[in-house]
Design a protein around this ligand. Structure first.
Ligand code: PGA
Length: 249
């Protein structure tokens, strides 16, 4: 899709990772088997952005932040600004992850401010959406996703964007959506994005691992994966990259 690679395999380390082990992760990364087909990205905790920036760049891994505040600087104790993560070498910023929506109560109004702040500084949002189990069971998945995507209404469609569809019930649970659910939901998300004037990559996330990556990446409308647990070890991360490159071939 577009002029970039076919798949993005992005690791979301969440609140995991010390300096030594993250440098060992970089050392253990093997070569991307098809860099023209698969882009690799890692979103480590803020403390590791600067030290990993060059080592990751040398290995062809794009850097992402897991969140930002929307202000550039000032009296916002404990917050990190888009300028700071840009300065650390980030390309991506994850926004709208269900853990931030649910635990930190981030809503559409706040996410719109964050999106605009990220775009203002030339960063690319990796915008996460996804339904809870009760919503899937009640048949309201599409309404939920539509509501989450409505934040994009009226935003400049020339600005870069990657979306990640992550059913909340599949995150960190070992459960993944079935290929039918994935294809169906990704079709809806692409359709809704088109209605909002956007064509962009839609990654799947939720318990993606070396064993299921190939069948998930083969689903229609899936342009990559946002990987939590299985991105913490270089070997399983590289196995997911290899699975995507097989699908791309
Ligand atoms: P998981 O996390 O792969 O551990 O389920 C995915 C995510 O939250 O991005």
């Amino acid at each position: 899709m577009g002029d970039s690679t076919q798949f993005i395999i992005a690791g979301n380390w969440k609140m995991n990772g010390m300096l030594d082990e993250s440098l060992a992760f970089v050392d253990a990364l093997t070569e991307n088997p098809s860099p023209t087909a698969v882009e690799m990205a890692i979103c480590p905790p803020f403390t590791l952005l600067h030290p990993l920036s060059k080592p990751f760049a040398d290995k062809g891994v794009k850097l992402g932040a897991q969140s930002v505040y929307f202000e550039e600087s000032g009296a916002f104790t404990g917050s990190i600004s888009p300028l700071m993560v840009k300065d650390a070498g980030c390309h991506y910023v994850i926004l709208g992850h269900s853990e931030r929506r649910d635990i930190m109560h981030e809503d559409n109004a706040l996410l719109l401010k964050k999106l605009n702040a990220v775009w203002k500084h030339g960063l690319e949002p990796m915008f996460c959406i996804g339904e809870h189990l009760e919503e899937r069971e009640a048949g309201t998945t599409n309404d939920v996703l539509k509501g989450q995507l409505s934040v994009l209404e009226g935003t400049d469609t020339s600005l870069p964007l990657t979306v990640a569809y992550e059913p909340v019930w599949a995150i960190g649970t070992g459960k993944t959506a079935s290929p039918e659910q994935v294809s169906e939901t990704h079709a809806f998300v692409h359709e809704e994005l088109a209605r909002l004037g956007r064509t962009c990559k839609v990654l799947y996330g939720g318990s993606v691992n070396a064993g299921n990556a190939e069948s998930l990446m083969a689903c229609a409308g899936v342009d990559g994966a946002l990987v939590g647990g299985a991105s913490l070890k270089a070997d399983s991360f590289m196995e997911i990259v290899a699975a995507a490159s097989r699908v791309a071939a």
